[in-house]
Design a protein around this ligand. Structure first.
Ligand code: WTA
Length: 649
């Protein structure tokens, strides 16, 4: 029913837009019919030290997988984000820093950001960091984080940003997997008025992990809390190092296929994987999607509320906007601090024109009621964006009507850590909107739907979402495990990239993402593997077995529902539930806190011992009238037991 609701492109939006309907169709056609010509042209949006002569070189053949873009070109990402703007916009604001405390903000010009970056790049060099080294960045949302990322890019070091909400255990695992010898952190972060003990977490991570071979920890002073413990010889103060550093730092010429960064994300099995992105294709794609999807015009103030710890922060706070010479707002805090009008306050204060946020934030505001926008006008807004999880039509309408005053188009952007940039999204001047649909593919992107056997589905259909050919921003490998890369994305459906998502295509060719079809959860737009949470739980000595599934959650999109079997002799209790929640927070981080724990004397398993998650998902969602076939279970009676002891929420 809701797909009948259409918001046509308004004449005012179409008039100023970079691309109108006819242009979109024409450019899309060119992009898939002749990708070499299309991307050869658009690749020139960057400054190349050595221009590329080759454009696309890719094969999705499972036995001969290869993904290369602009492979003989050389460039440097930090030069594209900074140096090349100095002449034309050196004094323009590159980053607006809005502090956790609403009275704190500052503007950083392109020249200032350039100078800080060059100085810090020299600092990194003086500490022995070289091209190809992996540098772990565990930081709050402050300007120095952008400086650290760009400084790595300048000298060719591979940054690996770890979200500041992850626990010491999670930091340790990522440091070890990335063989990272350097960590950049801050004394503390500030979020919602509370201090986050980042340096202390780093210390804990390195202390308990014998395999972590970290030589240097550079610590930025954010709160100035000098109670943070100090390891002489290893720990260095950012401010001290910067005092001596020169602003002259020639950029390292990087091959287009040299790594720019890695970023850990959750899969359906095993430990998080280090998604590796390279330099040329990624930056072309991030900057181009940023310009076209957000219809970015010179002088616009753009605010993406993501964190640098996620891919959205990489592509759409830092690399895309800065490559385009944009003004990008960077927010340290949370949308409900000091109160739930904060988002509107920030928009008004900095005259934000483009706001890009997540459905979970919108639903949380919605739950507060419309009065949460009282006292703010949001008149400056022209365009809204959504990312991270499916946006339900109700939240879409609320976002449009309340936050956007009914006058801003919403771009619902579907993409993944793996894709580097947005793959499916309306272009505001070209595509009529339908609330809840990510609509049509970006240039060069060929989405398709397949059934479980891999047969392509035509026309109106629902199935597994695959992409048929490569685009420049695609990940190139999983750091240190290329086989896993090939297996994870290219073995399920031969000759295609499998996204892990399900989708429906309507009669107009619009895509409606229905959510993950694998064992990946999306909790408040954060990606988590059920396997990760399960392995954290079974590491507790009272837990014999655990199964984790997602269930529909009004604000978070998905909540975490946990079935726990205790070891013999242990008694279930509310205390123990609390202990297990704390345990998971400690092992992974607060984002992985279970919402519901159900004691399970047994779990539904096939005769070969495989847990039937389908059944557990139905019980968690309170849909136990739709369990389907349970006859293959080793012991069907477990199911009745679980239903009758189900947790009520
Ligand atoms: C989900 C975030 C529906 C999807 C950029 C995907 C979405 C996963 C949307 C990737 C959207 C992201 N509509 N679902 N607009 N955007 N997703 O790697 O399930 O953190 O596979 O990247 O989020 O999450 P990731």
């Amino acid at each position: 029913m809701t797909d009948k609701q259409v918001y046509p492109v308004s004449p005012a939006v179409a008039e100023r837009a970079l691309v109108n309907k006819t242009q979109y169709e024409e450019m899309y056609r060119q992009s898939v019919e002749n990708p070499d010509a299309f991307w050869g042209e658009h690749g020139k949006r960057l400054d190349w030290i050595k221009p590329f002569t080759k454009v696309k070189n890719s094969s999705y053949d499972y036995n001969n997988l290869s993904i290369k873009w602009f492979e003989d070109g050389e460039l440097n990402a930090s030069v594209n984000c900074l140096d090349r703007h100095l002449e034309t916009r050196g004094d323009q604001t590159a980053l607006i820093f809005e502090g956790d405390d609403p009275s704190v903000s500052r503007n950083v010009s392109y020249r200032e950001l350039y100078e800080e970056t060059c100085k810090f790049a020299n600092v990194l060099k003086s500490q022995g960091i070289k091209k190809g080294d992996v540098v772990t960045i565990y930081m709050p949302m402050i300007v120095e984080t952008a400086v650290a990322m760009l400084a790595c890019a300048r000298i060719g070091a591979i940054h690996s940003v770890v979200f500041g909400g992850f626990s010491p255990e999670a930091v340790a695992a990522r440091v070890v997997n990335g063989k990272s010898r350097f960590v950049i952190t801050a004394d503390e972060g500030l979020r919602g008025g509370r201090a986050i003990p980042l340096k202390k977490n780093v210390d804990a991570a390195l202390k308990h992990e014998p395999n972590a071979k970290v030589e240097k920890v550079i610590v930025v002073s954010r709160t100035g809390n000098d109670q943070v413990p100090w390891t002489e010889g290893r720990d260095l103060r950012y401010e001290d190092l910067m005092k001596e550093a020169s602003v002259d730092c020639p950029a390292e010429p990087m091959n287009a296929e040299d790594p720019l960064f890695m970023l850990y994300t959750s899969g359906s099995t095993g430990a998080p994987k280090g998604v590796l992105h390279t330099t040329g294709g990624y930056l072309v794609y991030a900057s181009m999607t940023h310009e076209y999807v957000f219809d970015y015009h010179d002088g616009d103030v753009y605010w993406c509320t993501a964190d640098f710890g996620w891919v959205t922060g990489h592509s759409y706070i830092l690399y895309g906007p800065l490559a385009n010479g944009a003004t990008s707002l960077l927010f340290e805090g949370v949308p409900n601090y000091p109160d739930s009008s904060r988002m509107g306050q920030v928009v008004d204060k900095h005259k934000v024109n483009i706001l890009y946020t997540a459905p979970t934030a919108i639903r949380a505001l919605m739950a507060q009621g419309e009065s949460c926008m009282d006292g703010t006008t949001r008149d400056s807004l022209r365009l809204l964006g959504s990312v991270g999880e499916p946006i339900n039509p109700e939240a879409w309408e609320w976002y449009h009507r309340v936050i956007g005053n009914g006058k801003c188009p919403i771009v619902d952007t579907w993409w993944q850590t793996e894709t580097g940039g947005i793959l499916i999204s309306p272009l505001p001047g070209a595509v009529d909107l339908k609330p809840g649909s990510a609509t049509r593919p970006f240039f060069g992107v060929q989405p398709a739907l397949v059934d479980n056997e891999g047969n392509l589905l035509e026309g109106e259909a629902e199935g597994n979402l695959v992409i048929l050919d490569s685009w420049p921003g695609q990940m190139r490998t999983i750091y240190g495990d290329h086989d896993r890369f090939v297996q994870t994305y290219f073995s399920t459906y031969k000759g295609m990239y499998f996204t892990g998502d399900g989708a429906r295509r309507d009669a107009d060719g619009y895509y409606w993402i229905t959510g993950r079809v694998d064992d990946v959860l999306n909790v408040s737009g954060h990606r988590l593997g059920t396997a990760e949470v399960e392995s954290a739980l079974v590491a507790h000595d009272k837990v014999a077995e655990a199964a984790v599934v997602g269930y529909p959650h009004e604000i978070k999109g998905q909540g975490i529902y946990v079935y726990v079997t205790l070891v013999q002799g242990e008694e279930p209790s509310d205390e123990l539930k609390k202990e297990l929640v704390q345990w998971v927070r400690k092992e992974i981080g607060p984002i992985a806190s279970p919402d519901v724990i159900q004691w399970a004397p047994g779990l539904p398993k096939t005769r070969s011992g495989k847990i039937m998650r389908r059944i557990l998902r139905k019980i968690a969602a309170n849909e136990h009238d739709q369990l389907g076939d349970t006859s293959t279970l080793a012991d069907p009676s477990v199911v009745d037991e679980l239903i009758s002891s189900r947790e009520f929420r």
